[in-house]
Design a protein around this ligand. Structure first.
Ligand code: NAD
Length: 334
């Protein structure tokens, strides 16, 4: 086996990004697609030259594939993951692993019992700048963590699609996972604050404060109110303050921008950038790593499913805190 045979479930916006990224992964071959929206599946199959469109979850899982990639909406990961694992497939599933801790457990147990990979798309662990900061922290040159602050703001026009899930679970999950990865510490207590300026289903504005077992503080911010005319699609930043130094990641001001007659444009050059219509960046790195794990017969170590569940635990506690307007203690961890 020199190419992993993959079936992709969920051909929406990010499913399309996955298909683009796999094109640039020599060890991947997308053999089949399934989406409950048959027209969307047909459109993606035509665009990416995928030989088979399946009409059901059962049909795609019954194919002789090595792996299934689940890119369905946040609340709909459980059923395809369990079906894929039951059919003996390795699984890549987009973040968050689930919006429910009991569902996380069911997926982790099923994959563990079947001896199959369950890799969760915590993409920042594969983004060059965030991963370099991890190395610097691990080297000890920044000293012991004191404070972390993360910003992850998005266009208001994306709310109709992603407002289906609370922004802390949908978006801050990335920075929560980073903070857990960078510190290697448990979170003891959280306080969340949600605001809703647009009448979104959950909230369009979220701030969360995390208190770590060693005393460090973390702040995550995600706001979905950026105007389209800003030309900014990714207003992301992270600051790690240690007692011996500071590490900064910043996507804006950007290293690449275009000043044009219709305004300022800052293209993504971190997560899913394209050069000559070929994917580069973190998503390609992440999916290539998954394929390497499958080919080599090893479990993913850069991100484990247990770690992904911890981030879900913290995100859910933050949402509960924003609803109760009180601190939430985390008494359980794994
Ligand atoms: N890592 C990242 O940076 C990143 C970015 C965007 C999205 N995501 C994640 O990717 C996942 C998908 O997001 P998206 O932006 O593609 O959403 P989307 O709404 O654009 O696409 C979801 C697709 O899944 C299909 N679908 C829904 N229920 C299904 C089911 N039961 N079986 C099969 N197909 C089904 C829909 O028809 C749709 O085509 C989410 O978990 C999201 O959080 C991650």
């Amino acid at each position: 086996m020199d190419r992993v045979q993959i079936g992709l479930i969920g051909c929406g916006l990010f499913g399309e990004s996955h298909l683009q990224a796999y094109r640039a992964v020599r060890t991947a071959e997308i053999a089949a697609l399934y989406d409950t929206d048959e027209r969307r599946a047909a459109q993606m199959a035509a665009e990416f030259g995928i030989p088979r469109i399946c009409r059901s979850l059962e049909e795609i899982c019954a194919l002789p594939l090595d792996a299934i990639d689940v890119v369905t909406p946040e609340e709909l990961h459980l059923e395809p993951v369990l079906a894929a694992v039951a059919a003996g497939k390795h699984v890549f599933v987009e973040k968050p692993l689930s919006t429910d801790l009991a569902q996380c457990d069911r997926m982790i147990q099923a994959a563990g019992a079947a001896g199959r990979c369950l890799m969760v798309g915590q993409i920042l662990r594969f983004e060059t700048k965030y991963a370099m900061l991890k190395d610097e922290i691990a080297s000890g040159r920044l000293g012991r963590v004191v404070s972390m602050h993360a910003r992850r703001n998005r266009l208001k026009t994306l709310l109709p699609r992603y407002g289906r899930t609370h922004p802390c679970i949908e978006n801050s999950i990335h920075d929560i996972d980073l903070m857990l990865w960078y510190t290697g510490q448990r979170v003891q207590r959280v306080r969340g604050y949600s605001r809703n300026a647009t009448g979104a289903k959950h909230a369009d504005t979220f701030w969360g404060i995390l208190e770590f077992e060693g005393g460090a503080l973390g702040v995550v911010e995600t706001i979905w109110l950026l105007p389209q005319a800003s030309g900014i699609i990714l207003d992301d930043a992270f600051q790690f303050v240690g007692d011996a130094g500071v590490g900064n990641v910043q996507l804006v001001p950007a290293a690449l921008s275009y000043w044009q007659e219709d305004g300022n444009h800052v293209p993504d050059n971190s997560y899913d950038p394209r050069v000559a219509n070929s994917a580069r960046g973190a998503l390609r790195e992440e999916l290539a790593y998954f394929c390497d794990c499958v080919l080599d017969g090893r479990m993913p170590q850069v991100i484990t499913a247990i770690e992904a569940k911890r981030a879900v635990r913290v995100a859910l506690a933050l949402v509960r805190s924003s609803q109760s307007e009180q601190d939430v203690e985390l008494t359980e961890w794994d």
